[in-house]
Design a protein around this ligand. Structure first.
Ligand code: AMP
Length: 412
């Protein structure tokens, strides 16, 4: 099975070949022909499955007018909505790469950066716009974007958009789009809210589901290391050092926890940077670039900040703390083992988190192997305490209270 046999034009095949793709992934095999036919799509796919190319390639092809068609002014004919700035930037980069040999123009708009360069790009005329909902609404309010000619709408990571509270923004945006259009909805999970949105939006959609719903990627080697809370940082530094890991993505529950752990790792001689919602866009981009370039060994992230991060062949993901929502575990470990590469996902679990671990194992329908690391055996006399939920961590700017002894290094 080749990209050519899916009916893609030569300019697109040339572009994907240059990216090094030889065979389409399962979601691409299913999505590309259906989208080319003009069908609506309900896609259940995690990141790492190749879903971005799965919708972008046929979208680009559909935007190409038949040869000889009258040339009109450029108007936005495809709109891709994503939950986070990082995902928006990545989708936009992909569109740029796949459209390399086509005369189509695209741009990306998201919040946290100056609006004026975006306005200039929008004025210059675009075929494709990638956007986060909030900033797009700002543009619409200022009349700097026109969505009245949109032919194809993509909602990427729709579940996360709902989790982040974007439903009202999305509904507002939908009201401004033409009724008649092709809609492609992608979501890693299918809550009743997603089903409701799909019912309202999609017209006899083709259902595409790769990796079974709510199952973690089979390519990822998962393990639990039981350890006391106050020794987690020490164990983490030990694992990184003794295994000589060079590129590790680490998850914490809170922004404060991410900052704190980053500082501690740096003190341990492991170059680390934090990426979370309180960091400026510039700082986030810089941290990610340093990580990709190998200058930063450990990237410490909160769940939302990490959504959509596309880092090729990320070998190790560490859950320094388990997520409050079991589904986030699947998103987190989806950062490794991408597109055919084996990955390793480790979770450092203290007694307080055993309930969260149970929820995860129930969701993925299997129990995860537990490996106690020598000299880090948990102290069985410690009683569980409620976990710090880090409530409002993703959106509120409130400084978290902290009484922190938990990461202090022992004997150092
Ligand atoms: P995505 O699920 O869209 O985030 O894609 C995950 C990763 O797989 C990205 O780094 C893509 O560049 C890569 N990728 C997508 N399609 C293919 C393919 N057919 N062959 C190899 N790699 C791919």
């Amino acid at each position: 099975m080749s990209f050519a046999s899916l009916g893609l034009r030569t300019e697109l095949i040339r572009a994907v070949t240059e990216k090094g793709y030889r065979i389409p992934t399962p979601i691409q095999r299913q999505a590309i022909p259906a989208i080319l036919e003009g069908r609506d799509i309900m896609g259940g796919a995690q990141t790492g499955t190749g879903k971005t190319a799965g919708f972008t390639l046929p979208l680009l092809q559909r935007l190409m007018r038949p040869a000889g068609a009258v040339k009109r002014k450029r108007v936005i004919r495809a709109l891709v909505l994503t939950p986070t700035r990082e995902l928006a930037a990545q989708v936009s980069d992909n569109i740029g790469a796949y459209a390399k040999y086509l005369p189509l123009k695209s741009a990306v708009v998201f919040g946290g950066v100056s609006i004026n360069p975006q306005i200039r790009k929008l004025r210059s005329g675009l075929d494709i716009l990638v956007a986060t909902p909030g900033r797009l609404l700002d543009h619409l309010r200022q009349n700097t974007a026109d969505l009245s000619q949109v032919e194809i709408l993509v909602l990427d990571e729709a579940d996360r958009m709902l989790d982040m509270g974007f439903i009202r923004d999305i509904r507002r945006l939908l009201a401004l789009l033409p009724k008649q259009k092709q809609t492609l909805l992608f979501s890693a999970t299918f809550s009743s809210a997603i089903k409701q949105l799909a019912d309202d939006l999609l017209n006899r959609p083709t259902l595409i589901e790769v990796a079974k719903r709510n199952t973690a990627s089979a390519q990822v080697n998962q393990v639990i290391h039981p350890v006391d809370k106050k020794r987690k940082r020490e164990l983490l530094s030990y694992l990184i050092g003794s295994n000589n890991w060079q590129q590790i993505l680490i998850f914490t529950r809170t922004k404060h926890g991410a900052n704190r752990l980053t500082e501690q790792l740096n003190k341990d001689g492991i170059s680390a940077a934090a990426i979370h919602g309180n960091k400026s866009q510039g700082a986030r981009t810089k941290a990610l670039a340093g990580f990709k370039a190998g200058k930063v060994r450990a990237l410490v992230a909160t769940d939302i900040a990490a959504r959509g991060l596309d880092i090729a062949q990320l070998p190790h993901v560490v859950n320094f703390e388990l997520p409050n929502a079991a589904e986030d575990y699947i998103h987190r470990i989806g950062r490794t083992g991408r597109a055919g590469n084996e990955g390793q996902a480790m979770s450092l679990v203290c007694v307080d988190e055993l309930k969260l671990l149970k929820d995860i194992e129930r969701l993925i329908k299997r129990s995860l192997p537990k490996v106690v690391i020598k000299d880090f055996e948990p102290d069985l006399s410690i009683k569980p305490e409620p976990v710090n939920k880090g409530r409002g961590q993703q959106r509120s700017q409130k400084k978290p209270r902290h009484r922190n002894t938990q990461y202090q290094q022992r004997g150092a």
